[in-house]
Design a protein around this ligand. Sequence first.
Ligand SMILES: *Cc1c(COP(=O)(O)O)cnc(C)c1O
Length: 431
Amino acid sequence: MKYFSLNNNSPKVSFQDAVIKGIAPDKGLYFPENIKKLPKFFFENMENYSNHEIAFELIKQFVGDEIPEKDLKKIIADTLNFDFPLIEIEDGIFSLELFHGPTMAFKDVGGRFMARCLSFFNKGNDNKITILVATSGDTGGAVASGFLGVKGVNVVILYPSGKVSNVQEKQLTTLGQNIKALEVDGTFDDCQKMVKIAFLDTEITNQMQLTSANSINVSRWLPQMFYFAFAYKQLKNKQKNVVFSIPSGNYGNICAGMMAKQLGLPIFHFIAATNANRVVPNYFETGIYEPMKSIQTISNAMDVGDPSNFIRIQKIYKNNFKALKKDLSSYSFTDYETREAMLKIYNSSNYIADPHGAVGYLGLKKYLKKQSDILGVFLETAHPVKFLDVVEPVINKTIELPPQIKAVINKTKEATAIQSYDDLKSFLLNK
Ligand SMILES: *Cc1c(COP(=O)(O)O)cnc(C)c1O
């Protein structure tokens, strides 16, 4: 499979190059040259396929012959070594729990898949790759965990000081080995901006092979298609339309769901649910797409003012606003509404949602006001324990720490504080 830049000003590249480079030289995101629908038979008979088989069918055209079938199947099996439970919390409303991986957020899927692809491509190559990644909280942990101890790969993570939860900070600053954390005096957008500048800075790129591990990278973005299909598989015999509500920040997760739909997965509608960072909900109201400064909220993984993957969504829908509106609704919710939803879900369903999942739930409820008789799935993108400081006071209950968290919570943080792009540059060049 070839990938082209959405800025249309760079040569086409292979899957391998798209994975290693992350972003095109013209700063565009890579996008697959063609998308081939899978046979109807596959979706009609999904219950006869294992999750690993489903994942293989969905991803294989995007990898092409660049990873042999046997190795790709192994990568998938290693990536998906945990469960994706679908929990019915109200009649017809399901939480798709994506947090059973090592760092307890959905990003483990993309992080693990990417790490394994990169390690496959880098086999027998003496040159080290440096992964440079900005995180609003969960990406850093998932990427760090996915790449920990992977030979030939160094990971440098930028995170906004004081704007990630305690658990998240521990997950990305305590691993050691080939993982380094930089604590940035600024917002997530500042971190992302610095990463983007570094990729274009030839003084850096002449010295080291840099790659991204944000959902910009196709190998992190595309495997997120998998769990939409896993959920659909469990719901298809109910013979109702299935709608997904996705708590969205950089819009990579939802955009992967849209790719799954392009392949033929029968998804009736998508809901992009978000917090006060309402660039996309505004766009749906006014038709004007206007990035803004990010606003800090209790669902911090969605504190994104300039969602990097929205351009891929525009591409999927051929820049046709009407077509997009048919498939996507987008709503924004306040922190107050989010807390209220968490409490309501806890009181009436005895279920603990994290702030992001609660936003997804709210999006689904809002959509259900105009469309009934559907099955609604909201993505529970992180375990509530990752946002203890927010969740515990709302539900007035102590949450038991799962083993993945116990393992890091008392370790000592190791991070280098940086203020500016120049600090990042000297850090990278002095290594
Ligand atoms: C990253 C993240 C999101 C947002 O996902 P995008 O793909 O950036 O839209 C939502 N919830 C949680 C918990 C996250 O970590």
